[in-house]
Design a protein around this ligand. Sequence first.
Ligand code: NAP
Length: 331
Amino acid sequence: MEFSAMVARENDGGIVLARETVGEDFLGAGEVTIKVHYSSANYKDLLAVTPRGGVVRKYPIVPGIDLTGEVIASGTDDFSPGDQVIVHGYDLGVARNGGFAEYSRVPAEWVVRLDGLDTRDAATIGTAGFTAAMSVQALLDRGLTPDDGSVLVTGATGGVGTVAIDILSGLGFEVIASTGKTDANDLLAELGANEVIGRLPLDSDAKPRPLNKANWAAAVDSVGGASLAYVLSAIGYGGAVAVSGLTGGTEVPATVLPFILRGVSLLGIDSVFLPIEKRRALWAALGKELRPRHLSTIESFAPITEVDSVLQSIKSGSHSGRTVIGVAGEF
Ligand SMILES: NC(=O)c1ccc[n+]([C@@H]2O[C@H](COP(=O)([O-])OP(=O)(O)OC[C@H]3O[C@@H](n4cnc5c(N)ncnc54)[C@H](OP(=O)(O)O)[C@@H]3O)[C@@H](O)[C@H]2O)c1
């Protein structure tokens, strides 16, 4: 069996991503073989092709932390040829070959059968959108309701941000979107944001305060860094922040005061090692009650041959929403 893949190889201290014809050895071990329809572009895929990006354990590798497609062979009764599936997380695209290839073989316990979403919708949601859904679910599980007040979403035009806004507004929450992009108001309003503000803190030169006026009941934060410290200082009594990302940095210069004086909670969100039963249940919800209503607004499309330039647009900060990478028929 021979097929096409985008392979990332180390070269002179850099990493080169290029199309190659590869063989069965690129499929690896597992019970389920999938013809890949779509992958997507995630921040982590950019790190996979960035020297010292810190996510890939060993090169060469086929990046692509998301893949959706059709089962073509299965060594387990749990899946049958023709099943429409998504695989993301675990080692995919970081420690074993991922979605930037025509075929993939994975362990059955990584595979989610799609219900209520086609393979393109699921790729639009992808890891980033799934992380948004996990963040919203964590706030709901903590008892948050629209009556509690508004919910802040940082990194609003990003993959996590756009899907979080869409899901939250669909559930009836008042949503405040924080973005660094000055031309994103129309997009964010279309997704359901009630108000758009700049990146936080709004005055980056002001001396940080441990507590600020309580502005929001809760937040979905994929930015981290000084932004997260500010967000924590302005969450209302008993509120919570679901934290998934680090685009604004890993150091969080916060104090304990929001936690001990306002009972604020920090909810850690990790999509990578979420156990498969919880993963399948949340994908089922994404096809029903948590289904984002504006996937066509959030989605852009690029063929696999253009994936490198899409990843570079994430690096330059010009990317917004979710870019689906067409794989089948696009090499
Ligand atoms: N925990 C998990 O399982 C998990 C899963 C998926 C993603 N993540 C993480 O979540 C983060 C977002 O992922 P994504 O896929 O949504 O990425 P993305 O599509 O690239 O979006 C990130 C957004 O962050 C904002 N941003 C970028 N640079 C920034 C900076 N220097 N300071 C503040 N904001 C900045 C931008 O939004 P604006 O221009 O609108 O401000 C950007 O659109 C990443 O750190 C990613 O690694 C974690």
